[in-house]
Write a protein that binds this ligand. Structure first.
Ligand code: PMP
Length: 352
């Protein structure tokens, strides 16, 4: 064995328990496969790929389609293999050794993780008691640490909370560096920071095809930001990082926007049904604007509830060991049948 970089030695990887169960409600994917027409179109158009040639390095057609959907310029769009790679590219360009990255916890663990891997110093601010941004804490973190990059996840993962627009505006007004708003779940909420993006602001908004677009298996994500920033990312990312099949399937998915929007509407109504069902039990439920719900059983330990759900072949995310999330579990919204099974099981567990 040879030693890894000193600063990586203490780093723990990203963990998410995988158990073989019938009902998987633990990783916030879409419970639905893409529409049948999507698979047919991919199958017929795949034969036109020039397999012996590198793909379009700039992924221009895909960028253009995404840009059209959001009413922006293709030069404002950067695409990569999942929004995680988008975030990694941003951090390779704007974080790294000698630079500081700020997060407000609890939030998506990969922001701090990727930042550390680039060699940056991570400052973890704390969210308020209700888990929204606390203006005094934001002020402290920005003034004391002057971070080069600040992350904000809205709706936040794992809490599901949507950050009010005014808080994002305040953050933008006072941040000394780049602000990254991670909108992996924005389609399930009622507002987006996309309309705040413009050439004069150091703001990027990241999105994914993994949830709304039912394409977690394909690994595709993007950001919308100022053109000068996207140009820097294009320098950092590996050449031909986005393969031809993915570019093609991403473009085909966008043709099915109406189907995807219908699914989002169904998942939102199922989310509200799950939240109401949990609220009728001895459980504290956090308001969610995402495709999952964070909750805390009040009378039984979270870890015990998690295990008893697994015993009934239902897997949710166990957040009970995470800082400030004692006893909390996170359930991804599934199909109506899966959600029925979950609600019946948890009522059963808490009654016993
Ligand atoms: N951001 C947030 C907040 C997430 O929850 C996730 C997925 N769990 C991602 C980014 C990464 O998504 P992907 O890489 O699949 O696009």
């Amino acid at each position: 064995m040879i030693p890894v970089r000193d600063d990586l030695r203490a780093l723990d990887g990203y963990h998410s328990a995988q158990v073989d169960v019938e009902v998987r409600l633990n990783t916030n994917e879409s419970p639905f496969p893409p529409p049948a027409g999507f698979a047919d179109a991919v199958a017929s158009e795949i034969s036109r790929i020039d397999w012996n040639r590198y793909p379009d390095r700039a992924a221009l057609a895909l960028r253009t389609d995404i840009a059209d959907m959001h009413g922006v310029d293709p030069a404002q769009v950067f695409v990569a293999n999942g929004s995680n790679e988008v975030l990694q590219t941003v951090l390779l360009a704007y974080a790294g050794p000698g630079r500081t990255v700020a997060t407000f916890e609890p939030t998506y663990q990969m922001h701090a993780q990727i930042a550390r891997v680039t060699g940056a110093t991570v400052v973890e601010g704390e969210r308020g008691l209700d888990f929204t941004l606390d203006p005094a804490e934001v002020d402290r973190v920005l003034t004391v640490h002057r971070p080069h990059v600040v992350f904000l996840t809205s709706p936040n993962n794992p809490t599901g909370l949507v950050e009010p627009r005014e808080r994002v505006e305040q953050l933008l007004a006072s941040a000394p560096g780049l602000v990254v708003v991670d909108e992996a779940y924005a389609q399930f909420s009622d507002w987006s920071a996309l309309d705040m993006v413009d050439e004069s602001r150091p703001l990027v908004v990241t999105r994914t095809f993994s949830k709304t677009w039912s394409m977690a298996g394909a690994r595709l994500g993007y950001l919308v930001g100022p053109t000068w920033l996207v140009a820097e990312l294009d320098k950092v990312v590996l050449p031909y990082h986005l393969d031809a099949v993915k570019q093609l399937s991403g473009r085909i998915a966008l043709r099915f926007a109406d189907d995807m929007n219908e699914r989002v509407a169904l998942l939102v109504s199922e989310r509200d049904r799950i939240s109401a069902g949990l609220r009728a039990l001895p459980i504290d439920v956090f308001d969610s604007g995402a495709n999952f719900v964070l909750f805390r059983p009040t009378d039984v330990a979270g870890g015990t509830v998690w295990q008893q759900l697994v015993d009934r072949s239902i897997l949710v995310r166990d957040c009970s060991g995470w800082p400030r999330l004692e006893n909390c579990l996170r359930v991804t919204i599934g199909t109506p049948d899966e959600n029925d099974r979950f609600l019946t099981a948890i009522a059963d567990i808490l009654k016993a």
